[in-house]
Structures are given as C-alpha cells and as structure tokens.
Design a protein around this ligand. Sequence first.
Ligand SMILES: Cc1ncc(COP(=O)(O)O)c(C=O)c1O
Length: 420
Amino acid sequence: MSTTIGDSNKQLIYLDSGATSQTPKQVIQDTQNYYEKLNSNVHRGAHTLSRKATEAFEDGRDAVASFINANSRNEIVFTSGATEAINLVASCYSRAIKLKEGDEILLTEMEHHSNLVPWQMIAKETGAVLKFVKVDFEKTGALDLDHMKSLLNENTRIVSFQHVSNVMACINPVQEMVAMVRANASSDAIVILDACQSLPHMKVDVQSLGVDFLAASGHKMCGPTGIGFLWGREDLLNSMPPFMGGGEMIDQVTLYESTYAPAPARFEAGTPPIAEVVGLASAIRYLETKLGMDKVEAYEHEIAAYLHKRLNEVDRVTVLGPPEGVQRAALCAFHVDGVHPSDLSTFLDMEGVAIRAGHHCCQPLHQAYGISHSARASLYIYNTKEDVDGFIEYLEKTIQFFTGLENIPEEGGDVGFVPI
Ligand SMILES: Cc1ncc(COP(=O)(O)O)c(C=O)c1O
C-alpha cells in the first residue's frame, strides 16, 4: 500500500478496512503471476495452460475449505462477494423448501443491508414473515438474546445474522444463538452466518460454530474485490435448485431441458473469477501461514481496545456498541455531538486520515438508535497505535474547529482556530 496520498507528502492513516482492506504485495504478485503464467479458462480446456489454471483455481477452493474447516471442498461456492452469497442462499433455499405464507425468517436489527434486503424480497414473494431481534443499546450494546428466544417458534424456518457487527463492533455469541435456534425453532430451521466482519479477523470454524451456511467477501480479508464465497452444508446445497443457468453448472442439456451438476458447480454458472480466486487463496495463505490467525486476533484485540479507550476520552464523542472491558472488533462507529459525520470525514481526509461516514449499509440500525449517520474508524493488521493517536489528534482538532463555530459572535468574528 502506498503510505502517502497523491502528490502530497501526507502520511495516509487508513482506517476503513471494515469497508475494504489493503492488499499485501504477495497477493498482488500471485495475481500478477497468474495473468503472466497461467491465464486461461478453467475446467473446459484440454491443454496444459487450462489444466494449470484449473489447478490454481481449485487449489483456491481447498484453501477456503481448510481456512473455515469445512467438511468438504464441495461445500465452497465462489461468488462475487458476500452479497451474492446471501442472495444465492435466500433465493435457492427458499425455493427448495417452498417457503410459504406464515413461515418466519428471523434476522436482527443490526444486519447489513446485504443480509436484510434479499430477505425482504423473498418475504414479499412468498408471504413469509420477517422478524427482528432487537439491539440492547442501553445496557450491553449488543443483541438482546432474551428477545431472540421470545421470537423463535415452530414457524421459524430461516435465521440469519452477522457474526460481528460492522457498526456496533459486538461479537455475537454464535454457538449460543445456534443452540437457541435448534431448541426453539422448526426442526429443519437453518442458520446463516454473515462472516464478513469476522473471517478476516479471527479463526472461524464452521463445524464448531454449528451453522448451516456462511457468507464472506475476499476484499475485506486482504484479497481482491469481486470474489467471495458461500459455504453451505453439502446436503443442503445439493437440495437447492441452481441460482443462474449457463455453462459449467449442468450435467446434460437438450433443447428443452437440462439436468444440473452437484454443488459447487451447480451454483457457478459461466466462467468464474479465476484470478480473483487465486488472489483470495494467496490472501488466506498470507493470513494463515505468514501471520497466523491467532496472532491476528490477539493483535487486533489490543488495538481495538486502544482505539475504543482513546475515542471514549474525546469530549462530545459517543461510541456505539459494547462498553470498555467487553471484547469488541477493531472498529468504532461513533457520533460527535454537534458535528455531522460527513464534515468529520471530510476534514480528517484533508489530513490524510481515511474514515467512513454514513449509515454503513445499516439504515435500520441507525434508525433504531435514533441517528441517521455515524462516523466509523475500522482497523486491521497493518494499523498501529500511532495511527490511532494520529486519528485522535486530528479528530480533536476538527471537533475544536466546529465547537469554535458554535461560538461565532452574531456579527461574525474570529473563531480562533482553523484546521490546516
Ligand atoms: C457485515 C457485512 N455484511 C455484508 C457486507 C457486504 O459485503 P460485499 O459488499 O463485499 O458483498 C458487508 C460489507 O460491508 C458487511 O460489512
């Protein structure tokens, strides 16, 4: 990553990895190597290059399967990202079980739009009912699990939630939530985990978590954009109709009918994102082998606590999510009394500090909390305490500036401070 911005000599402090992480050189080199040495279409070719490209692509599937401890490589379906993965399972699973009026889909109030809008579309089509677990903003800054229990019943067919909130930074207790579903929902209810904000930062083991599907995106875990995956239990994947029709996903084709290949090919119609899978596999090797997920998690735990503590010390700042002392992800969404998040991010950007302002694709969560937007600083393996200190310094200056504006005399006058 370049550490200065554009032509200026300003050091970049990149605090937006929750949106997209930076890419290690190794990943860029492996992707470039693919284009230089292996570029070809997979599966179809009888020639050496195609066989090599297929090997590299399918190695990527093995890398993902082992990273999340899947039972089988057939359980990994490559998609363009988590959004497509969730849309795939929403569309195909609800068709497989003939989801109907009165069936219930349980989500939470903190979901990213990617894990909300697809379900709204399915609910509209089928007449299924959407229900939402509330967030306890006052006490825990996390999901209200008693409320979750009260919403589960024999009509609950699908439960889908985030592992880690991209706004609240809380780490949801997946195993406890899965146990609650198994004990209180329909006997065939499935659990889908949106692991976008957990997989890059901690060891995720699908077998020990006990979920049925998991969705993630490569570009948040040091990989390229345009690649993600759906993991699903093999029996469930093979019970589902295809998502899209085309080459590669078929068994036999006649003019009027086709039969379909088993998973994962059934869900990978057309030429897949080959170079992106190679890049994702390289990112996994970087995280798992070069760094080690235990080290990643321990380091992020430390800088997460530091960021939270420093932000809490800043006047007028309120950080969303669990209080200090509770383990949180390495991100803080916050609002500043009297300063709009967009003004904050614009002023910080002028100093080389990249944070995000907006609703972070969680409009309902912000509505429930009573604000329309927040600012968010999100960290990753390459961030340091010095980055946090630099951010806090410029944040304080920006707040001082806006506080000064509040005190401008009626006739105008010197506000006393203008950030450079
Ligand atoms: C929790 C969560 N879920 C889903 C998504 C969607 O990921 P993508 O846009 O890569 O499909 C994001 C991206 O910000 C996210 O943070």
